[in-house]
Design a protein around this ligand. Structure first.
Ligand code: 1HE
Length: 264
């Protein structure tokens, strides 16, 4: 699997005055951005080699859908060992998304299904437009999730919701999906990318160490017993606040030079 040529189905574009936003596009619209092995490996390599200017990323899909999941055309007869390695390859790639160098915002539209939902759930923020729908057709295809979905998806919507989706083939539309917790933002059709980009610009303006703490410390703290979590939190807080950038930002507020918190 790892000897395949790099995929041309994944595009990277840098945006922003300092090339601080990476726009990552699944670019296989004829196959509804189904994720073949080449695309999964390209995703892994892309996150391993993001330019140092990048502070936040947006991932989206070309065409009418975000992603149709695993490329079923590649689902050849695998023995148990090969199936294990295939799933672990997905885990490695999506781990680079979740625990990579920068926060990733998924702009969702159309189908967000199977492995596409697993990819979306590895991102840090999900923005959906009104055309988005969510499903886990693995149940009806006689397979199981293999891209980390059984770990990440229940953290968004709960075990009961995921079990129901896989047992019954239930499809959530955009509105119900947002209510269930698949997406944090719901915007009119066609606006998910612009909203995700605007959020990425805000994220990119944060102190890098704060973003690092949110990506790497928070999910681990949330998994720890409370006593250990409190301790890890104190360590992370001490490290973050000792950074010169944190001191400069707090001083700017105290000098009346930084934005107040505002509900508008
Ligand atoms: C595909 C795939 C795919 C489309 N693998 N080729 N995922 C699924 O079970 C979802 C399967 N796909 C669909 O239900 C639909 O295609 C969609 C709802 C996503 C889109 O519908 P539509 O009408 O826009 O497109 P289409 O006509 O169904 O598909 C267009 C083409 O894309 C067609 O190929 P063509 O050569 O006949 O033009 C489809 O065969 C192809 N296509 N989806 C391969 N998924 C780590 S484990 C993860 C496990 C899973 O993700 S299982 C869930 C797989």
């Amino acid at each position: 699997m790892s000897t395949k040529k790099p995929s041309t189905d994944l595009q990277l574009e840098l945006r922003g005055d300092h090339q601080e936003i990476a726009v990552i596009r699944l670019s296989r619209p004829a196959k509804r951005n189904a994720l073949n092995d080449g695309l999964i490996l390209a995703l892994r390599d892309l996150f391993d080699n993001l330019p140092a200017t990048v502070r936040a990323a947006v991932i989206h899909g070309e065409g009418a859908h975000f992603c149709a999941g695993l490329d079923l055309g590649e689902l050849q007869e695998r023995d148990a060992g090969q199936g294990l390695h295939h799933s672990r390859m997905w885990h490695a790639a999506l781990e680079r998304v979740q625990y990579g160098p920068v926060p990733v915002i998924a702009a969702l539209h159309g189908a967000v299904v199977g492995g596409g939902l697993e990819l979306a759930s590895a991102c840090h923020i999900r923005v959906a437009d009104a055309s988005a729908f969510y499903a886990l057709p693995e149940g009806s295809r006689g397979i199981f999730v293999g891209g980390g979905g059984s770990v990440r998806i229940p953290k968004l919507v709960g075990v009961a919701c995921m079990t129901d989706m896989m047992l019954t083939g239930r499809v959530y539309n955009a509105e119900d999906g947002e209510r269930a917790g698949f997406a944090q933002y719901l915007v009119p059709e066609g606006q998910a990318f612009d909203k995700a980009l605007a959020l990425a610009q805000r994220v990119a303006a944060n102190a890098p160490l704060t973003n690092y703490a949110l990506m790497h410390a928070l999910p681990r703290i949330a998994e720890q017993p409370a006593d250990q979590g409190f301790f890890t939190e104190s360590l992370m807080a001490a490290i973050a606040q000792s950074a010169p950038e944190a001191k400069a930002r707090v001083k700017a507020f105290l000098d009346g030079k930084a934005n107040k918190v505002s509900k508008d």
